[in-house]
Design a protein around this ligand. Sequence first.
Ligand code: GSH
Length: 202
Amino acid sequence: MLRIYHTPPSRSVRIVWLAEEMSLPYEAIAVPFGGAPPAGFTDASPLGQLPAIEDGEVRMIESVAIMQYLLAKYGPSPLEVTKTERAFPDYLQFLEFGEAGLTAIGNAYVATRFRAPDDQKKNWTVDYVTDAMRKRFALVDRRLADGREFIVADRFTAADISVGWSVSIAKYFGILESFEPATQAYYDRITARPAYAKAIAG
Ligand SMILES: N[C@@H](CCC(=O)N[C@@H](CS)C(=O)NCC(=O)O)C(=O)O
């Protein structure tokens, strides 16, 4: 069975959320922050990061790649936009943008906020990262400003899981003081899904 190393609110939420949306059987294995890792975790996640999966002989890290793998292996699913659909380029862009554009840069913010000595918590780099993230989230605001319900393709897709987790974590860490109304409505809409509730509950 698919094993997902999962501790909310980390990026492993993306994987459990997708598995729930696809009704995939899986086992979630908790990885305590700062505690002893469970058996198998070090092999599955050489960088010690979440998420990681084991699926038979497959070991994977990188949340968006794992989503692509699960969709390809256990699909077809309407959560994926295929190359014959007009929204295919937008789908690829926002699927990747959720991690590469929106949140990868945020690791420096989180690490500095929680691990840096007090006198180094406020510095030029933190201000730069915060400003860069706000600019990147403004692209999500602009995308949603026309009233669309979902980020691409007029339906809920894996791109919403990718971007949606990023929006939720920006709220969690208070990186954005408030959302634009369209982004707030988007956040409310996608986090009301039962699959998200299951994933964030752990
Ligand atoms: N690009 C990776 C990032 C993984 C990542 O940074 N995960 C965080 C949790 S959300 C983590 O494990 N941080 C602890 C660390 O880097 O030591 C992905 O999308 O899976």
